[in-house]
Design a protein around this ligand. Sequence first.
Ligand SMILES: [Zn+2]
Length: 151
Amino acid sequence: MAMDLNAKAAYIRGLMNGMEFDPNSKNGRIIAAMMDLLEAMAATVTEHDDALDQVYDELDAMDEDMDDLTSALFDIDDEDEDDMDSEAEYEVTCPNCGVVTAVDEDTLLNQELVCPSCGATFGIELAPDEEDEDAEEAPAAPADATEIKID
Ligand SMILES: [Zn+2]
C-alpha cells in the first residue's frame, strides 16, 4: 500500500545513485527535482494514509458507542411505554361480585371481560367521572345489555 510508495521512491533513488547520473546536467536537474518531489509526495501520502487508518479505527469505535447509546435509549423508551401502558389501565368492577380488576384500554374496548374472582363474563359501560359514586353504589347494567362477543 502506501508503505510501498516510500520503498518505491527509495528504489528509484537507488537506481539514480547506482548509475552515472549527473544531477548538474540539463536533464539531470529536472530529474533530481522530480526525485525530491516524488520522495516528499510518497512521505506525505503515507502519512495521510496512516492518519486515515487511525480515523477509520476511531469511527468504528464511535459507531459501536453509538450502537450502545441507541440501544440504551430504546431501552429507556420501552420503559417509558411500559409506564404509559400501566397509566392507561382502567379499573373495572365486576357486576356480579364487585371485585375490581385492572385492564388496559384495548381489553376494555374490544373484549368481553372475565372476572378473575367469580368467573363471570361481562361487558363494559364507561361511566363519566361524576357518576363514579353512583356506579359504586349500584352495580353496572346487566351483563347481557352490554356484552360484546368476540370469537
Ligand atoms: Zn366477579
